[in-house]
Design a protein around this ligand. Structure first.
Ligand SMILES: Nc1ncnc2c1ncn2[C@@H]1O[C@H](COP(=O)(O)OP(=O)(O)OP(=O)(O)O)[C@@H](O)[C@H]1O
Ligand SMILES: [Mg+2]
Length: 310
């Protein structure tokens, strides 16, 4: 009876030892795996930093000569080197336009790289929606030449003033409005603002243009993504405006949403906390404030590609 007992005990003991050896091996394997993952993560971070540095250095270097080209073109057109023939003027205007687009691309690029690196300054100030709309009206007045499309800013004098980065809000809305004008042949582009619960302001840019198919509505917020349509070939652009706008909005604690019916209309909606949330301590990534943005915004956040947990 005791013998049998001892034998069972010994077998159990052996089994335990075997299991603990196995466990130890597994542990060692897991540790090795962790070390490898750490190494990979470090490598990826280095690559990502290098990419950002490269992009921002490149953009900086490109901006200076492009600005010179623009300045010299302007001098020539102003007649500083003597009168120009029609054809010469035409040629210089072409140079000016192409250089302008290139400069815009480079600036957007630099902005994206800076946001990615967490190196953008957010400069809040106090301003009203009406002031903002006034400035935008001024920017677009010389451009909105078509009689078929009206650009309308709705009065917003009853809205409370904002305390956030006006330049960035204007940049986001400029992107929306120039898109709306590009993709609308008849009708109107209407810019309006309203308050939402929890001290949130929304600004909408609604057009009566070609619209965006449901399958493309999230995609167009990816860099360099444009929708293949006949109209696309007749307009300029590189596909950086929307991704940049969304990142800027998130930097200000807000977000960008889109509602569209293909062939009928598109409405781009900027959600913003009326007052810029207190900035996180230096070095920390800025996370978008989800409060007061509504479930649709939360859904938009969820569709953002996230790094899978390793
Ligand atoms: N209001 C709109 N109506 C229809 N399609 C739109 C509208 N706004 C954007 N799009 C689609 O989304 C694409 C991406 O827009 P985005 O502003 O990012 O780039 P872009 O206007 O092509 O170029 P960029 O803004 O860099 O000059 C557009 O090319 C177009 O296909
Ligand atoms: Mg655009």
């Amino acid at each position: 009876m005791t013998d049998h007992h001892d034998a069972t005990l010994a077998r159990a003991q052996e089994e335990i030892e075997r299991l603990s050896r196995e466990l130890e091996e597994t542990n060692r394997g897991v540790l090795a795996l962790y070390a490898e993952l750490d190494e990979r993560a470090m490598y990826l971070e280095r690559v990502s930093n290098l990419k950002t540095r490269f992009l921002s250095d490149l953009s900086h270097e490109l901006r200076t000569p492009l600005n010179s080209v623009l300045n010299v073109s302007r001098l020539l057109l102003d007649g500083y080197e003597g009168p120009l023939t029609e054809r010469q003027q035409h040629a210089i205007r072409l140079i000016q336009r192409s250089t302008g687009s290139l400069l815009e691309l480079v600036s957007d690029w630099l902005d994206l790289a800076k946001i990615e690196a967490g190196k953008v300054d957010v400069r809040p100030s106090d301003f009203t929606i009406d002031e903002l709309f006034g400035a935008l009206r001024g920017v677009f007045r010389p451009l909105a030449t078509s009689d078929a499309v009206a650009l309308i800013f709705e009065p917003a004098s009853e809205l409370p003033p904002l305390h956030t980065d006006e330049t960035k809000v204007a940049q986001i809305l400029r992107n929306f409005i120039s898109n709306a004008l590009k993709f609308t042949e008849h009708g109107e582009v209407r810019v309006a603002a309203a308050t939402r619960p929890r001290d949130t302001i929304i600004v909408t840019v609604a057009d009566t243009g070609i619209g965006i198919a449901p399958g493309d509505q999230e995609r167009i917020f990816d860099e360099f993504t444009q929708v293949e349509t006949p109209r696309q070939h007749r307009v300029t652009g590189t596909g950086l405006g929307l991704p940049l706008s969304r990142r800027l909005a998130r930097l200000l604690g807000g977000d960008v949403l889109l509602r569209s019916t293909p062939g009928v209309r598109s409405t781009f909606i900027l959600h913003l906390p009326r007052r810029l949330p207190t900035p996180p301590s230096a070095g920390e990534p800025i996370s978008p404030a989800m409060e007061g943005v509504g479930p649709r915004a939360a859904a938009a956040h969820r569709t953002e590609p996230t790094t899978p947990p390793l």
